[in-house]
Design a protein around this ligand. Structure first.
Ligand code: UD1
Ligand code: MG
Length: 476
């Protein structure tokens, strides 16, 4: 259709070659032992190609049904298709559904060929029937994760269609997380946390948080999607931050998988099965959403990406590590809190202001309708003194009239001065990568200063397991 994004011959060639190579990879999986990780890589490549092409083909259709937005940071504010995250979510969910048999392939083979020397997975039941020891719990985890992601995608699309109010949409992910939490309760149910060394004299080595742990996990599922959504507004940032976070989770997963016979390897493989196709669809979206954007991602993508992280963090049992990869988002949320909770004015859009004369982005401003209360003025002045905000005052009375919107993007501009949108996105991507590297190092190196164990090392894992057994024995 006219107006759609054209796919160049070079891209057609690349996409066909990629799909061919990935099909070849899948063929080796069928011919061999059914290695699920190789299959996942193959499916991720296909997901990339499908998402890339679909975004090119459906963009105009999305605009026709009203899913569009103006790029506010370009001279003529071009109208672009929005909600392309829906394309990613649909391709991703399709791929994840087709992938379902692969992680369970070895169990199918055993149950059909009658066993042979693989009787290790066979189990005698009381009736005398021989049944395969099928990991129903793992399948349950997988399906509950899909259910959560699916409902999140639907709620995201609803938000893009109807622009749901903030106070409502903040809680939507909590509903989507219910299947996850139920599965966590049934399958794992551990609500103990390791207490940092300085606090161990008061709380012991392990502390049982009980239902508070479930509230914490629900909070993670609310935080991840929303924190990505509010750290947005310049071309490519939503996707780039998600890709950076996914890369670091993948690195963390590989660290565990590379330790022979590590007890947590299965959880981290599970995480990889969800993240590799996610990277596939996200990189394809990024090709179209990077500066200068040809499409927008919509809230659907932010919710879907955040929920993917919450799913792997919760079901992979590394939700605390996950938070270490969200440092810019946590900062942005805390910094935004006064505006989000309406202690100070919060305009509908807080993205930076585009100065058409200089072609640069500048901090955008929020305006007080009436002079702020003394306590608010004082707080803002303190922030100004430490360089965390820019204020504009009335020349006569000295009252604060305007302040730079409280987002990390605006703060970056307050500190670093106006800059071109492409450069701004690039700098914030590298900030995300830097924080991710620091977070991961902190998790596996600095954490040993305050925690007795790093469960990546087998000997520490054994120490942790012994502590857990001790804690259970003490209760019994
Ligand atoms: C969140 C932010 C809002 C920010 C918006 C930008 C909070 C509380 N809300 O709102 O301040 O302005 O995201 O995504 O922090 N847009 C661009 N260029 C871009 C990306 C988006 O101009 O690179 C504009 C487009 O007009 C697009 C719109 O932002 O249509 C998308 O806004 P939407 O996702 O609906 O905003 P919210 O998520 O509600
Ligand atoms: Mg948004």
């Amino acid at each position: 259709m006219a107006g759609n994004i054209p796919i160049t011959t070079g891209w057609y060639f690349f996409l066909f070659s990629l799909v061919g190579a990935c099909c070849g990879l899948l063929w080796t999986v069928f011919a061999g032992e059914g290695e699920p990780l190789i299959a996942s890589i193959g499916f991720s490549g296909i997901a990339f190609a499908a998402t890339y092409a679909l975004i090119c083909w459906v963009g105009e259709e999305f605009k026709r049904v009203g899913l569009k937005g103006n790029d506010r940071s370009k001279p003529n504010r071009p109208e672009l298709p929005e909600t392309m995250g829906a394309v990613c979510a649909v391709v991703y969910l399709m791929v994840m559904i087709i992938f379902i048999p692969f992680p369970f392939y070895e169990y199918f083979v055993l149950s059909t060929n009658g066993g042979g020397n693989r009787d290790i997975t066979m189990e005698m039941v009381e009736t005398g029937r021989i049944l395969p020891r099928f990991p129903h719990n793992k399948l349950g985890e997988y399906l509950s994760a899909l259910l959560s992601l699916q409902s999140m995608a639907i709620l995201g699309i609803a938000d893009d269609l109807f622009d749901i109010r903030w106070r409502h949409k903040v809680l939507l992910p909590a509903i989507s997380s219910i299947p996850l939490l139920i599965m966590y309760y049934i399958d794992f149910g551990i609500t103990n946390i390791v207490v940092p060394l300085p606090l161990q004299p008061y709380f012991g080595e392990l502390l049982d948080l009980s239902y508070i742990y479930y509230l914490y996990m629900a909070a993670i599922s609310i935080f991840c999607p929303n924190s990505i959504n509010i750290y947005a507004g310049i071309n490519g940032l939503e996707v780039e931050q998600s890709i950076a976070i996914a890369i670091f989770i993948v690195i963390n997963d590989l660290l565990y998988i590379s330790v022979p016979n590590h007890p947590a390897a299965a959880s981290h493989l599970f995480s990889l099965y969800f993240l590799l196709p996610f990277l596939g669809v996200s990189v394809a979206l990024w090709c179209h959403n990077k500066y200068p954007s040809k499409v927008f991602v919509g809230d659907t993508y932010c919710y879907f990406a955040g929920m993917t992280f919450a799913v792997v963090g919760i079901l992979g049992h590394f939700s605390k590590t996950l938070l270490l990869l969200f440092i810019p988002q946590i900062f942005n949320f805390l910094y935004s809190a006064p505006q989000i909770f309406h202690l100070v004015p919060c305009p509908r859009h807080r993205l930076p202001h585009f100065n058409a004369k200089t072609n640069r982005m500048e901090p955008s401003r929020a305006t007080f309708d009436k002079p702020p209360r003394r306590i608010i003025s004082l707080a803002l002045t303190i922030l100004e003194t430490v360089g965390l905000i820019k204020l504009w005052r009335n020349e006569q009375s000295g009252e604060i009239e305007e302040f730079s919107n409280m987002t990390l993007i605006n703060l970056w501009l307050v500190r670093g001065g106006p800059k071109n949108e492409g450069r701004l996105t690039r700098e914030l991507f590298w900030l995300q990568m830097f924080c991710g590297a620091v977070g991961l190092l902190a998790r596996h190196k600095a954490a040993l200063l305050v925690f007795p164990y790093d469960n990546l090392r087998m000997e520490d894992f054994e120490g942790l397991a012994a502590a857990a057994v001790e804690a259970v024995e003490a209760v019994v």
